[in-house]
Design a protein around this ligand. Structure first.
Ligand code: SF4
Ligand code: SF4
Length: 222
């Protein structure tokens, strides 16, 4: 999923300070799962903003709404009436949702309430870790299911580097060396021959180095 964290309240307050009617929009997908921008977080942010604004002697009108998916035009349309009555939209989706609202409602400022982080998985309750960098050409099949791009600090396609020690990455004793993990996993699978085969230098064009990416499925286009 796409992970995100809420921006500091002070920063959000600053971004909405010139508006009287604010529509706060959450998303029921990834940001709900990582407890950053679902219905519950929309309610919490609205309460915090309300209290801060009242304290500052500047009450505002706050409207709350959470969409099924904020990055999907099919759902974004249902906001039309609420947007009409708002001076600004405060999005609690990832950057994709913020941009979809900005594309659909061109005459309204759309402000991000979250910092979008990475594509990750839950390691344990309350802890999410990066797992995929969307490189466009997945190599997990030859790396034991462990991503050398998202999980190696140097994005090495052949590792480990000289900084690996005791299974940890040179950046911190608390960070596993991805290439140690890859080796351990390939060993457990009886596939160390895969480790011996050097991978070619990465072509970064499918990873975004060739410009903004799109997927076009002719069978689904209208
Ligand atoms: S190899 Fe690329 S697509 Fe596969 S998990 Fe890593 S970043 Fe994602
Ligand atoms: S120590 Fe391991 S994870 Fe860290 S940069 Fe080197 S190969 Fe990558």
């Amino acid at each position: 999923m796409i992970t995100a964290e809420r921006k500091p309240l002070e920063e959000i307050l600053q971004s909405v300070s010139s508006f009287d009617r604010i529509l706060i929009v959450g998303c029921n997908e990834c940001v709900t799962v990582c407890a950053a921008g679902g219905r519950k977080e929309v309610g919490l942010l609205a309460s915090a903003l309300n209290m801060s604004m009242l304290k500052a002697g500047r009450p505002v009108q706050l409207t709350e709404h959470t969409l099924e998916r904020q990055c999907d035009p099919e759902y974004v349309d249902e906001l039309a009436q609420l947007v009409t009555g708002a001076d600004a939209i405060l999005s609690m989706a990832c950057g994709c949702g913020v941009q979809e609202l900005a594309r659909r409602y061109r005459d309204k400022p759309v402000l991000p309430a979250l910092n979008t982080k990475f594509m990750g998985a839950a390691e344990r309750p309350g802890v999410w870790a990066e797992r995929c960098a969307g490189c466009g050409n997945c190599v997990l099949g030859v790396t034991g299911g462990i991503c050398p791009i998202a999980r190696c600090s140097k994005r090495l396609m052949n590792g480990p580097c000289g900084g690996s020690g005791n299974g940890k990455c040179e950046i911190s004793d608390e960070v596993d060396c991805a290439w140690q993990l890859i080796w351990d996993r390939l060993k457990a699978l009886g596939k160390t021959d895969l480790y011996e085969q050097n991978m070619d230098a990465k072509d970064w064009r499918p990873a975004g180095g060739g410009g903004p990416r799109r997927i076009v499925r002719e069978d689904l286009t209208e």
